[in-house]
Design a protein around this ligand. Structure first.
Ligand code: ADP
Length: 404
């Protein structure tokens, strides 16, 4: 029997999300998260999906979890209780989501000391994310030193964006010196969803041009030509592009000078303002689209304006990426908002019939966990909803690498 289980770890600054998958049949064996690590009272939610524990459903525990090492030990104990222990010979590798791969990492990479040092050297590009990703790798290594640890980068899928689209029009030497360019994020999702869209249309991925709209709390758009990403909305960091839950997305960079010179705000204050207190939250006080929709439905003006701004930005990107691709076969919505908010899909596509886009209102209103086409029968461009699955994509990439 060849080992076919992959443990996928997504380490945040105070959280550890995990899934154990069996790539023999792409099934999920267990998953969960530890949150508020190092904050006194941490919380674990563990869900066994197979074996003796599965019938009991989700298990929740609270208690002190001092750091990521302690968190992974707690997770290991939960998995062991379900007969899915990390000491199992069936475990083939651990896959780690790493946010920033810079220009150095464009594919999944087995981590050795040198690779770990390089991921660490990218911390200035992703100060909020890469440190936790490094910790996750170190901890998993300490637990099972014999297992391949594989880093899968959020930026990797966007490495094919052509130079003229990846470059900002700034002084070339400065850009080079400080590694300033468009990297793009949510790459595993854009990769998975663009391929799943081709499968949904029953066409080879090489023949399909798709605009993917990943609308979660963070949100990004990408233009994918025949399976190859040619443009994406996030940039040097995840701040650029669409209006998000708490991030502004695009804005005139001079807003920053203005806030500094006239408002007297520090760089850190502006960073926090644009990343954590802007977007839907900044405009109306709520970052959850459900709440924004509820309030807008009751006639709340701030919520209505925030919704309109969110949708307006989406339309601009659909238009821009239609021009970039020339021919569009599909526009696909994914992630929390994209998969669930039919109002957002309807408003984003509304009025775009000249671009070949029109919805079937009944299909759009259906709630489902399945990939589906929601465009009108006469529409030239398919509009689709494809639930994203970043863990499965990471596990598939890791499994392909360790079994090649
Ligand atoms: P993350 O970026 O944190 O992975 P998700 O992809 O899980 O985010 O998306 C989370 C967001 O999805 C929530 O903040 C919420 O705005 C939105 N969302 C979830 N369910 C619904 C729903 N039924 N209707 C509208 N929005 C929803």
């Amino acid at each position: 029997m060849t080992a076919s289980r992959i443990l996928v770890l997504n380490s945040g600054s105070s959280s550890l999300k995990y899934q154990l998958l069996d790539m023999a049949d792409s099934s999920r064996l267990a998953g969960g998260l530890v949150e508020r690590i190092g904050e006194g009272t941490s919380r674990l939610v563990h869900e066994p999906l197979t074996g003796p524990g599965a019938a009991g459903g989700k298990r929740e525990r609270t208690g002190a979890v001092a750091d990521h090492e302690a968190a992974l030990r707690v997770v290991a104990a939960e998995l062991a209780a379900d007969g899915l222990g990390l000491d199992s010979p069936e475990l083939a590798a651990v896959g780690h989501r790493v946010v920033h791969g810079g220009t150095r990492f464009t594919r999944p990479t087995v981590v050795d000391d040198e690779v770990l040092a390089e991921i660490r050297s990218l911390i200035p590009l992703a100060p909020l994310h890469n440190p936790a990703n490094v910790t996750g790798i170190e901890v998993a290594r300490s637990l099972r030193a014999d297992l391949p640890q594989v880093a899968v980068f959020d930026t990797a899928f966007h490495a094919t964006v052509p130079e003229y689209a990846a470059r900002y029009a700034i002084d070339a030497e400065t850009a080079q010196k400080y590694s300033i360019r468009r990297y793009g994020f949510h790459g595993t999702s854009h990769s998975y969803v663009s391929r799943a869209t081709a499968a949904l249309l029953g066409r080879p991925v090489e023949d399909v041009n798709v605009i993917v709209l990943h609308l979660g709390n963070g949100a990004s758009a990408s233009a994918v030509r025949g399976g190859v990403c040619v443009e994406t909305s996030m940039g040097l960091t995840p701040l650029e592009g669409l209006v998000m839950g708490t991030r502004s997305g695009d804005l005139d960079p001079a807003v920053i000078f203005h806030l500094s010179r006239v408002g007297g705000l520090s760089v850190d204050e502006i960073d926090s303002l644009l990343n954590k207190k802007s977007g839907l939250l900044g405009m109306c006080g709520d970052n959850d689209m459900r709440e924004v929709l509820r309030r807008a439905g009751e006639g709340d003006e701030a919520a209505s304006t925030a919704f309109a701004a969110y949708v307006h930005r989406l339309k601009k990107y659909i238009g821009a990426y239609s021009a970039v691709l020339g021919r569009v076969d599909a526009v696909t919505f994914t992630a929390g908002v994209g998969e669930n908010a039919h109002q957002v899909r309807e408003a984003a596509v509304d009025g775009l019939s000249e671009l070949g886009l029109a919805l079937d209102p009944e299909a759009n209103a259906v709630r489902s966990a399945q990939p589906r086409v929601i465009s009108a029968a006469h529409a030239r461009v398919a509009v689709a909803v494809v639930p994203t699955d970043e863990e499965l994509e990471i596990a598939a990439q890791v499994y392909a690498l360790v079994t090649q």
